[in-house]
Each structure stands twice: as structure tokens, then as C-alpha cells.
Design a protein around this ligand. Structure first.
Ligand code: CAA
Length: 693
């Protein structure tokens, strides 16, 4: 008999307790066990009802995702659920923690549902590139109606018990222990003589305009297909008898299981969890993090301070002058009132944070008892060195000194302190209280418990933390610099910024690189180019991008950049001044004249991204390919359903990509020098994913 499903009798009730930690995923052993235990309950004399509960932190978190992509193993989940629903006994599900995907589908196979107030339900399969595949698309509309069912399954969001009860998904909400509640409720149903109530026998709702719903959801998905396919499965629930609808749902589920998008999304699911899991940090105790200092209250510093405050960490923000301090305070207050409006914090929490947890100062001495200080000052090595020298003088022993630099050498910064083992890079992305990525940059002498504290901070701030080594731009900005150069090469060869943006937005990026540049401000790149030229002693050079800035067009903030924003920030109206400037540069360099299809643009841009990513992994700047993938996903708008650049490369084939890179090298051998790691993998017939374990 199954050891995954415990069996106990309480009078007329057979209690089936799922025991598959950590989240009671519906593995083959659990499915098999449920079948066996249903047989047992039905064959035992005196049993009139079955109660299904989960042990530990959840009812059931869904199908076992580790089984996806493997040959199907009997019994299938739809068969298990149909068997539960068809039982002549009264079947009740008692839910606590999460009931997601197959977990909610099991509950919908029961005849009645009770839940604790903190329970959450959902059908998150779209986040795995799938649709619910075990009756969710057939049963949920019968219980909750089409509109609510489609909203739940196309967004994949978690729904609280109260809302689920209002939708009719949960019959009773009751505080307490799920098993005790469940037994009492089942007993009451028996005492009241309540009948079996199979959802599959409930009437179906009226039809809607299916094509309109399909198209609207497809358009919202930015290329992701699974949410729209939920519509087709729900359509089958209305148009076909139950069993045929179930078969239609299963077919869509199986078809989606075979897609690249499913592979990409599941890679993202597991990588997101693996990225902060570093073997060297096992058993290492992080240092305390009760009080953080932030130096610099611009957008970045204020964002970091906000993120820490929202995670209940006390913050002292240091600015140069009282006026600058006041402006920083205003920025943080603005961020916090945004969090209040979005319901992330209560009015009381908001006031306590502003009045108690945050202090603003102009005196370095106020950082003397901080556990960790992050500087977010001007990106200049001399300025950073001055800050770290002062911090070294005032900070307590054991305090961590962190730099938010996005490309400067952390080893050099650490060298001005007497405690390089306490120095680390913590690279946030702007706005820091919103963006999920944190690069934890480990310098040569950084102590292991300082690294552990960097990851601990990331966890407290609910970030995705990625370990990065020291190099110009670390993982993300180094790769960004390369694919941006590839985009500039395409422009000189003949593609327009608008063709490039459109091709990459079709690929799934939220914004193409030139729309992003307009958003970030074109003056940033201009300043870098001017500084680099000055350092190299180059005079009199002005490219088309410089000329745009010389004319005062810095992008969205000035109303014009690559695009003209007169019609609003989202209007993609090309600025007519740009192409003539580009044409002039092409003429001067005797370049241009080539045309590119969208596919060719994507291929070129992605080849540059993958090649640089392979160098970053090969040099140990990123530990594993998945670290690069998560960096691009959470910091650079890479489409989640493609998994990340190296997952994408594995899917499209490394040999073809290497051949492309070699062909591009005829124009610029240095830039397109193939990454040794990529050549090695192709020679060995391997994929990047073999390096993820
Ligand atoms: N299958 C296999 N493993 C799972 C899992 C699942 N459905 N859900 C979670 N896990 C694993 C995680 O990988 C993690 O493993 P490690 O500790 O080895 O990293 C462990 O369980 C704990 O998970 P989290 O770290 O994510 O814990 P959490 O408390 O932050 O979140 C959760 C718990 C809300 C359940 C979250 O894990 C989650 O959202 N899981 C996925 C739920 C889901 O997508 N279910 C639908 C599955 S598809 C389906 O059911 C198809 C169908 O219709 C038949």
C-alpha cells in the first residue's frame, strides 16, 4: 500500500492524507496512492465518505513538474480525478496552504470543498507554458463562470480563500486544523444527508465570443501562446459533453507540453530557485542585517532605501547637504506612498517606516552602527575611493561595505580599505524597489560570510540574487554592452533602429534596445563616450548618436530621442531627424545598403548575446549558464517564455549559432571571436544545460 497517502478511519469517514513533502506535488506515486486508497475506502464496510487533506505546508501544489517532458506514467491525473469524482462515496477536500494547478483540479474533483482562511487557490499552468490539463478548464467554468475561470487561468494568479468562496469554488471557510475541520464538515454533510455533487454534472455557462477572447488574450501575451489556448479549452467545456471537453483540454495540454515555450518557462521556474543556491554557502551563517546605511539619495539610492524599508530593515540615508537629504527623503516618501496606494503596506506601516525606520543624515558618523552600508554615488573610481576611505574610518568592526557600482572594479575599491574581506558589490537595477535582479559581485578577498549576507539581503528584499565575478559590467551590463554594439553594427549596415526594435519586440522583449535607450536617457551613453574618447585622446568625433544629444534630444525625458513622444510615452513614432543623421554616418563610412529581415536581425543580435554570455560563463564571471539566463530575465526584459539566452541557444542549436558567429566574423574578427566554451560544447556535442548542475 502507498506510503504517500496515509489512510485513517474516523467513524464513517476515510481520511486520505497526502504526504509528499515539501508541497505534496502529484507525483506518480501520489497518483497511484490516491487510486489505491479510494479503492480501499470503497471496499471497507461502513465507509460513507472520503476526506482528502494534505500534510505539511500545502494541500497540493500541483502536478510534479520534474515529471514534465518525461514519458507519461500511469495513472494519469485526469483519470485519478475522474475516479475520485465518480466515487459512490461522498468526497470532500479540506484545503490549506496552496491548492495550485492539479491541486485545485483534485479539489474540484471532490464533491465539497472547505478551506482555512489563509488558503490560496490558482491555476498557474500558464506560467509553465501550459494550460490546466486535468479538468481545470472544464470544471472551473461550471463552478465559477467563464469570466472568473478565464481570468484565473490566463493570469495564473493566486486567489485567496475569501475570493474563491465568493466565486463558489470553496463552500466553507473555517479557521483551524485542516484535518479536524474537514472531518467535522464531512460529518455534518453526512448528518444533513447531503448528496454527492460532481462538478462535471453541473450545467455549463452560456457561450461567449470565443475568437474575440482568444485574440485579446493572445495580443496581451507578447508572443506567449498558452494563455490564449485556455480560451479554446474553456470553449470545449461549453460546446462539448464533459468527457469530450476533457479530451480536448488534454490534447491542447499535450501539444503545449511539446513546445519550446514550455521548455523555456520550466527552465525559468527551476533556475529562479537554483540561482541563489550556491554550494559554498551551505552552512555559512550570514551577518546581521538590522540597520543599513545608504549613501546617495538619487533615484538608485532612494530605491535601495525603499526596498530595505519595505522589508522591515532600518535605514540611514546619507547625503552631502541638508537640501539633498530633503530631496532624497521626498523621493523615498514618494516610493512609499506608491506602495501604500498599491496595498503593499498599510497606512500604519507607512507612517512607522517614515517616522521611525528611516533617518536621513549628512554626517558619516551616523553610519557607525550600520551592519551594512551601500554606496550609490556617482560612477567615478576616485569618488568611490573617497567614500570607502571614509566608511573604513567610521564603520564598526564587521560591518559590510558594499558598492552599487554597475561596472567599476570592486577589487580596486576594496584596496583603499583596511578590510577588503568585508567589501562586496551589490548591483541593484533601477528602480531598485521594483526591479527583481540583484548582482552579488564577489571580489578576490570578499569573505564567504559576506557573500552569504549579500544573498541574505537579496532574500529579505525578495530579489533574485545572482553571484557575479569582477569584470567590466559584471554579468548583465557586460553582455548588454556587446548586444548593444551588435545593434549599432546592424544600423551602420542598413537596418533602422525601428526595424530592430520591432524585430526584438516580436521576439518577446518588452521594449527594443532603442526604446530602452530613450527611456534610460541618451545622455548616459553620451557621457560615457565622451569620457572614453577623452581618456584615449580622441578629439573631433561626433556620431549620429552624439548629434542627437548635442541637439538636446535625450529620449523620453526631453520628449524626443529615437522616437517622438509628443503623443505619449508609449507611442512609437519615429523621430524624423534620426534617419538623416544615420544616413550621414553611413555615407561617411561607406557603409549601409544592406537589408535585413526580422529573423536576420534577431539572429545577429542573439548571436552576440549568446557569444558574450558563453565568454562570461567560460571565464567564471557567472558560475553556470542559468545564472546568465536569470540575469537577463530579471534585469533586462528577456522574455521569460524563452528561458534566457543560453536556454534559447540550447533550443535553437549551438552548432548553427557558432556557424553564424564565424560567418559574421568576416566583418569584425575581434568582436565576433567565438567564445571558447561555445566551441568546446559544439565539439563535444553538448548543450549549455549540461553545465547547470
Ligand atoms: N512540482 C515539483 N516540485 C515543486 C512543485 C511542483 N509542482 N512546486 C514546488 N516544488 C518544489 C520547488 O522546486 C522547491 O524545490 P527545492 O526546495 O528543491 O528548490 C520546493 O518545492 C519548494 O518550493 P518553493 O521554494 O517555490 O517554495 P515556496 O513556499 O516559495 O512556494 C509554491 C511554494 C507556491 C507551491 C511554489 O513552489 C509554486 O508556485 N510551485 C509551482 C506550482 C505550480 O505551478 N503548479 C502547477 C503545476 S502544473 C499542473 O498541475 C498541470 C496540471 O494541470 C496537471
Amino acid at each position: 500500500m502507498s506510503d504517500k497517502i496515509a489512510y485513517a478511519r474516523h467513524g464513517d469517514i476515510a481520511v486520505l492524507t497526502i504526504q509528499n513533502p515539501p508541497v505534496n506535488a502529484l507525483s506518480q506515486a501520489v497518483r497511484h496512492g490516491l487510486m489505491e486508497r479510494m479503492d480501499q475506502a470503497e471496499s471497507e464496510a461502513g465507509v460513507r465518505a472520503v476526506l482528502i487533506v494534505g500534510e505539511g505546508r500545502a494541500f497540493i501544489a500541483g502536478a510534479d513538474i520534474t515529471e514534465f517532458g518525461k514519458p507519461p506514467m500511469e495513472p494519469s491525473l485526469p483519470d485519478v480525478i475522474n475516479r475520485i469524482e465518480a466515487s459512490p462515496l461522498l468526497v470532500v477536500a479540506s484545503m490549506h496552504g496552496v491548492s495550485l494547478g492539479g491541486g485545485l483540479e483534485v479539489a474540484l474533483g471532490a464533491h465539497y470543498r472547505i478551506a482555512v482562511p489563509s488558503a490560496r487557490i490558482g491555476l498557474p499552468e500558464v506560467h509553465l507554458g501550459l494550460i490546466p490539463g486535468a479538468g481545470g478548464t472544464q470544471r472551473l467554468p461550471r463552478v465559477a463562470g467563464i469570466e472568473a475561470a478565464l481570468e484565473i487561468m490566463t493570469t495564473g494568479r493566486h486567489v485567496g480563500a475569501k475570493e474563491a468562496a465568493a466565486m463558489g469554488v470553496i463552500d466553507v471557510i473555517q479557521d483551524g486544523d485542516q484535518t479536524e475541520n474537514g472531518i467535522a464538515y464531512t460529518q455534518k454533510l453526512l448528518d444533513d444527508g447531503m448528496p454527492r455533487r460532481p462538478v462535471s454534472e453541473m450545467p455549463v455557462p452560456a457561450a461567449i465570443d470565443w475568437d474575440a477572447a482568444f485574440n485579446a488574450i493572445l495580443a496581451k501575451g507578447r508572443g506567449q501562446i498558452s494563455p490564449a489556448h485556455c480560451v479554446r479549452a474553456v470553449q470545449a467545456s461549453v460546446e462539448k459533453p464533459f468527457l469530450e471537453g476533457l479530451a480536448a483540454e488534454r490534447q491542447i495540454f499535450i501539444d503545449l507540453m511539446g513546445t519550446d515555450q514550455r521548455q523555456g518557462m520550466i527552465h525559468a521556474f527551476f533556475s529562479e530557485r537554483a540561482v541563489g543556491n550556491l554550494p559554498e554557502l551551505k552552512g555559512v551563517t550570514p551577518r546581521a542585517l538590522d540597520h543599513i546605511g545608504v549613501i546617495g539619495g538619487g533615484t538608485m539610492g532612494a530605491g535601495i532605501a525603499t526596498a530595505a524599508l519595505l522589508s522591515s530593515i532600518r535605514v540611514t540615508l546619507l547625503e552631502m547637504t541638508a537640501d539633498a537629504g530633503e530631496a532624497a527623503h521626498g523621493r523615498i516618501a514618494g516610493n512609499l506612498s506608491g506602495a501604500l496606494k498599491r496595498g503593499k503596506i498599510s497606512a500604519d506601516q507607512h507612517d512607522a517606516i517614515l517616522n521611525k525606520a528611516l533617518s536621513v543624515s549628512t554626517d558619516y558618523a551616523s553610519l557607525s552602527d550600520a551592519d551594512l552600508v551601500i554606496e550609490a554615488v556617482f560612477e567615478d573610481m576616485d569618488v568611490k575611493k573617497q567614500v570607502f576611505t571614509k566608511l573604513d574610518a567610521v564603520c564598526k568592526k564587521g560591518a559590510i561595505l558594499a558598492s552599487n557600482t554597475s561596472y567599476l572594479d570592486i577589487n580596486e575599491i576594496a584596496s583603499v580599505t583596511s578590510r577588503p574581506a568585508d567589501v562586496i558589490g551589490l548591483h541593484f537595477f533601477s528602480p531598485a524597489h521594483v526591479m527583481k535582479l540583484l548582482e552579488v559581485v564577489v571580489a578576490d578577498k570578499t569573505a564567504i560570510d559576506v557573500v552569504a549576507t549579500g544573498f541574505d539581503l537579496g532574500k529579505k528584499l525578495k530579489k533574485i540574487s545572482v553571484r557575479a565575478g569582477v569584470c567590466d559590467g559584471f554579468i548583465g551590463n557586460r553582455i548588454l554592452a556587446t548586444y548593444r554594439t551588435a545593434a549599432d553594427q546592424l544600423i551602420m549596415a542598413g537596418a533602422s533602429p525601428y526595424d530592430i526594435d520591432a524585430a526584438l519586440e516580436d521576439f518577446g522583449f518588452a521594449m527594443g534596445p532603442f526604446a530602452v535607450a530613450d527611456l534610460a536617457g541618451l545622455d548616459i551613453g553620451w557621457a560615457v563616450r565622451k569620457r572614453k574618447r577623452a581618456e584615449a585622446g580622441i578629439e573631433g568625433v561626433s556620431t549620429y548618436a552624439d548629434k542627437m544629444c548635442e541637439a538636446g534630444n535625450f529620449g523620453q525625458k526631453t520628449g524626443k530621442g529615437y522616437y517622438d513622444y509628443a503623443a505619449g510615452p508609449k507611442a512609437r513614432v519615429p523621430n524624423p531627424d534620426v534617419m538623416p543623421l544615420i544616413e550621414a554616418d553611413r555615407a561617411a563610412a561607406s557603409a549601409g545598403g544592406k537589408t535585413f529581415t526580422s529573423d536576420e536581425i534577431v539572429r545577429y543580435y542573439m548571436a552576440a548575446m549568446v557569444n558574450e554570455s558563453a565568454k562570461v560563463v567560460g571565464e567564471g564571471i557567472a558560475r553556470r549558464p542559468l545564472d546568465v539566463d536569470m540575469t537577463l530575465l530579471f534585469g533586462y526584459g528577456f522574455p521569460r517564455y524563452r528561458g534566457g539566452p543560453l536556454k534559447w541557444a540550447d533550443i535553437v542549436g549551438l552548432d548553427g549559432l557558432l556557424a553564424d558567429i564565424k560567418s559574421y566574423a568576416s566583418d569584425d574578427a575581434d568582436f565576433w571571436a567565438p567564445a571558447p566554451l561555445l566551441e568546446q560544447l559544439v565539439a563535444d556535442g553538448k548543450k549549455f544545460e549540461t553545465l547547470n548542475t
